[in-house]
Design a protein around this ligand. Sequence first.
Ligand code: SF4
Ligand code: SF4
Length: 378
Amino acid sequence: MLHTIKRQIKKHFGHHINPDVVILTRKYVDMIEINFNALLGRHFLPHPRQKIEIETSGRCNLSCRFCAYSKKITAKVVMPMNLFQEVVEQAAEMGFSEIGLTPMTGEVFMDKGIIEKMHYLDAHPQIKSYYFFTNFVVPSEQTIKELFNLRKLKFIHISLYGHDEKSFCNLTQATTKEYHRLVNNLNYLYDLYNEKRSFILRMGWRTMPSFFKLEQSSPTSELQEIFLKFQTYHKIKSNNTLLYNNWGGEITQADVQDTGLRINDGTQVYRKGLCSVIFRFSGILADGRVSACVCRDVKGSLVVGDLRKESLSYVLSLNNPLYANLIQEQLESKFRPVCLTCDFYNSFYQKMRMNASIKAYYKFDFVKTLLNQPPSEK
Ligand code: SF4
Ligand code: SF4
C-alpha cells in the first residue's frame, strides 16, 4: 500500500517537489514500512536464479560528468566471445533465463561482437530475454538494422545526455561529431521503426533541470525534434531524473559544477537488513570477475569470485565465504562503504522499487535453500 502511494506521489508530483523534501519523506515512509514488515517477519526477495547481468563491454565512448566511468578501476575491456558463451552456459544451467547486458558503466556497442553475442542469446533454448541500455552514439546503420532481426531482445533503453549540442558536449565531454552521430542514429532508427521487431524502445533524459521547464512540444534542437517524433508517433515512454547518484562518493557536486545537476549523497536512505538488489543485479564483469551487486561498484568492493578460476554456481552460493559473508553482514545491517551511500538500496522488508515487473517475492529461508545447492564442476 505504502509502496503504491510512494510511486503515485513520484509520478504525479515528482517534478514540483523540492528534492530535499522528497529524500526526507522517502526516508521516513521507508522507516515505517520496513519496521512494520520486519515486525511481522515479512520478506520480499526476488527469485535469486531468474536474472543475471553480463557486462559485455566495460569500455565507454563518453565520459559523462555525473558518471563514475572515468574513475572506475574495474577493467575497461570487452568480454571475449568464448568467455561470454561460457558465462551464458553456466548461468542457464543454474536456471537464469533473463540477461541484462549493461549492468554498470560501459557502452554495449563498444563491443564489436555484440550482435553476434545477441544472436547467441537468441539461439539459446534456456534464455528467454535480454536487454540493454545505450547512449546510441556508436552503432553503425548496419548494426541498427541488425537489431530488428533479433527475437528475444526485450527492450532497449536509450539514455539521452543533454538536450541540444551544447548541453550534450558539456555533460558527456564529447565533441559535436558524437552529438550529430547520435542524432543521425536516432533518425535512422525512426525510419526503420515500423519494421517487425521484438524490442520495446524506451528513452531517458539525463540533462539540465532547466530543460524540463521548457515547452516540450516546441523543440529547439534536432535531438528534441527526433525525440518528439518518437514520442508522438510511436508513443515511446521516457523518464528523467533530478537527483544523480554519487556512485559511492566518487561523484560530488564539484564534478557537475555549472550544470544545475544535483548529486544525491545517498546517506539519507533508511537501511535495515539485506539489500534485495543483490538477487536481481549480481553480475559478471567483462574480465570474468563476479560482483554480488553490479549497480554502483566501480571499485570492485563487492566482487565475490572469478569465473576464470571458479564456477558461477560456486561463486553465487553460500559455500563461497565471500558471498556468504556479504549476505550475513547485510542481514545484521552492517554495510560496506559503497552500500552506505548507495541510493539503490532496497531493504528485503520492502517490495523492489527498481523493478515493478517482479510478480513473485520470496522469504529469505526459501532463497537460502537455493543458495545452498551444491555447485557444479567448472
Ligand atoms: S553515463 Fe553511460 S555513457 Fe555516460 S560515461 Fe557513464 S557509462 Fe558512459
Ligand atoms: S546497497 Fe547498492 S551497492 Fe549495495 S547491494 Fe544494495 S544496490 Fe548494491
